[in-house]
Ligand binder design. Structure first.
Ligand code: ARG
Length: 407
C-alpha cells in the first residue's frame, strides 16, 4: 500500500459503499479527498451525494453533468460500429468507465492530487477499465482500489464499519442487497446475489426501466429516427441533442419492453458471470443504425465493419478505449460513416424494435437494378450466366474428383 499520498480524487456515487470508502481513505491516508460524482443519467438525485460528502467533511465536491459528453463522444462512436460483445451485450457499463476515469484524471491534474480512487470490486471488469484509462491518460497518477486493499470482507463488516464511523445506513441496506446495479443513460445492469445462479430465472423486480413485453401496450408505436454521418440526430423529424435523443428512445423502448437481456458473459478476468441488462434506447438505436447502413453502405465496407466489430467490442469490454488499436479501428469505422444519413422507421411492439422502412438522399439502393420488372439496361441477364459459370468452376472440379475417388 502506498502511504505517502497527499490528495485523492474519489469517484463518489453518494451510496453506502463509496461513503465508506471515502471515510476509509481519510483514515488510512490522512489526506484531503476530493469527490467526483458524474451525472451519467443514472436517474438518481445527485444533491444527496453533495450533502453526504459535506457531512463527511469534504471541501472540494465536484458534481458534473456529463450526459451529453457520454452519448456524443462515447456511446455514439461505439454505435457507429454496431458494437455488441459476445453477440449480445451493448456494453452500457464498459463504455461509461473510460469517461469517468478521464474526469478523475482531469480533476486530479487540476487540484494537484497524486492519486485517484474508485469503488470497483476486485473481481470485476470495472477496476481494469478505470485503471487502464488512468495508465493511458496520466501514468504519474496512482490508483487506490479499497476493495483490493482493506480488511472489509463482507457486507456485515461494511455495515459495522459504517456504524462505527457515523455513516448513516439506510434500513433497506442493512440486509444483504439483493443484487448490484450499475445504471446510466445507455443501460441498467444488474448482477450478483439472486442473479448468480444462471439456472435460476431472474425475479421480476430485477427489471428497473423496461416493462415485461407481456404487459407492454397491445398497439404498436411507429417512430422515425434521422441519421447524419452515422449518428442519430432526430426523432420524428425533430432535431435533438445526443443525450436527449437517447433519453426519449429509452422512454419509448421502456414502455414497449424493448432491450431486455439475460446473459452469461466471459469477464476479462477469466470467470463467467450472469447479468441482466436493460438497454431500451440502445436496442432501438442499434436496429435503426443497421437499417440506415443497409441502404447507404457498400457491401465491402459493411462486411469489413462487421469483421472488425467483435475485436473492437472486446477492446471496449476489456478497458482499452484509450489504446492505439481502438483509435485505429475507430478511424476506420468513422471513415465508413461519411454517407450514412437518412431516415429509418421503426415499429416498437411487445419487446421488439423492427425496421419497417428506410430512406436516404445518399442511398445506394437501386430499384432499377433490382426490379423484377424490366430495368433500364444497366444489367444484362446474360452476364449472370458467365458469373455463375466461373464461380462454379472450382466446385465442379472438386465434385469431379470426389466422384473419381468415390468419396
Ligand atoms: N458485467 C458488466 C460489464 O462488465 C456490468 C458490470 C457492472 N454492473 C454491475 N451491476 N455492477 O460491463
Amino acid at each position: 500500500m502506498v502511504k505517502d499520498i497527499k490528495k485523492i480524487v474519489l469517484s463518489y456515487s453518494g451510496g453506502l459503499d463509496t461513503s465508506i470508502i471515502l471515510k476509509w481513505l481519510q483514515e488510512t491516508y490522512q489526506c484531503e479527498v476530493v469527490t467526483f460524482t458524474a451525472d451519467l443519467g443514472q436517474g438518481e438525485e445527485l444533491e444527496p451525494a453533495r450533502k453526504k460528502a459535506e457531512m463527511l467533511g469534504i471541501k472540494d465536491i465536484r458534481i458534473v453533468d456529463v450526459r451529453e459528453e457520454f452519448v456524443r463522444d462515447f456511446v455514439f462512436p461505439m454505435f457507429r460500429a454496431n458494437t455488441v460483445y459476445e453477440g449480445q451485450y451493448l456494453l452500457g457499463s464498459s463504455i461509461a468507465r473510460p469517461l469517468i476515469a478521464k474526469h478523475l484524471v482531469r480533476i486530479a491534474q487540476e487540484v494537484g492530487a497524486d492519486a485517484i480512487s474508485h469503488g470497483a470490486t476486485g473481481k470485476g471488469n470495472d477496476q481494469v477499465r478505470f485503471e487502464l484509462t488512468v495508465n493511458a491518460l496520466d501514468p504519474s497518477i496512482k490508483v487506490i482500489a479499497p476493495w483490493r486493499e482493506w480488511e472489509i470482507l463482507s457486507r456485515t463488516q461494511l455495515i459495522d464499519y459504517a456504524e462505527r464511523n457515523q455513516i448513516p445506513v439506510p434500513t433497506d441496506k442493512r440486509g444483504e442487497a439483493p443484487f448490484s446495479i450499475d445504471a446510466n443513460l445507455l443501460h441498467t445492469s444488474s448482477e450478483g446475489r439472486v442473479l448468480e445462479d444462471p439456472a435460476e430465472i431472474a425475479p421480476d423486480y430485477v427489471y428497473q426501466r423496461t416493462v415485461d413485453p407481456v404487459d407492454a401496450p397491445n398497439l404498436p408505436e411507429t417512430i422515425t429516427i434521422g441519421f447524419e454521418k452515422g449518428d442519430a440526430v432526430s426523432l420524428d423529424g425533430v432535431r435533438l441533442s445526443p443525450a436527449v435523443l437517447l433519453m426519449k428512445l429509452n422512454e419509448l423502448g421502456g414502455k414497449h419492453g424493448v432491450g431486455r437481456l439475460d446473459l452469461v458473459e466471459n469477464r476479462f478476468l477469466g470467470m463467467k458471470s450472469r447479468g441482466v441488462y436493460e438497454t431500451p434506447g440502445g436496442t432501438i438505436l442499434l436496429a435503426a443504425h443497421r437499417g440506415i447502413e443497409s441502404i447507404t453502405l457498400d457491401r465491402g465496407a459493411a462486411h469489413l465493419k462487421d469483421e472488425i466489430m467483435p475485436h473492437y467490442a472486446e477492446l471496449i469490454y476489456n478497458g482499452f478505449w484509450y489504446a492505439p488499436e481502438r483509435e485505429m479501428l475507430q478511424a476506420l469505422i468513422d471513415r465508413s460513416q461519411t454517407h450514412v444519413e437518412g431516415e429509418v422507421t421503426v415499429r416498437l411492439y411487445k419487446g421488439s424494435a423492427s425496421i419497417i422502412a428506410r430512406t436516404s438522399p445518399t442511398s445506394l439502393y437501386s430499384m432499377d437494378l433490382v426490379t423484377f420488372e424490366e430495368g433500364s439496361g444497366n444489367y444484362d441477364h446474360h452476364d449472370a450466366e458467365g458469373f455463375i459459370k466461373l464461380n462454379g468452376l472450382r466446385l465442379k472440379t472438386l465434385a469431379a474428383r470426389s466422384r473419381r475417388l468415390g468419396v
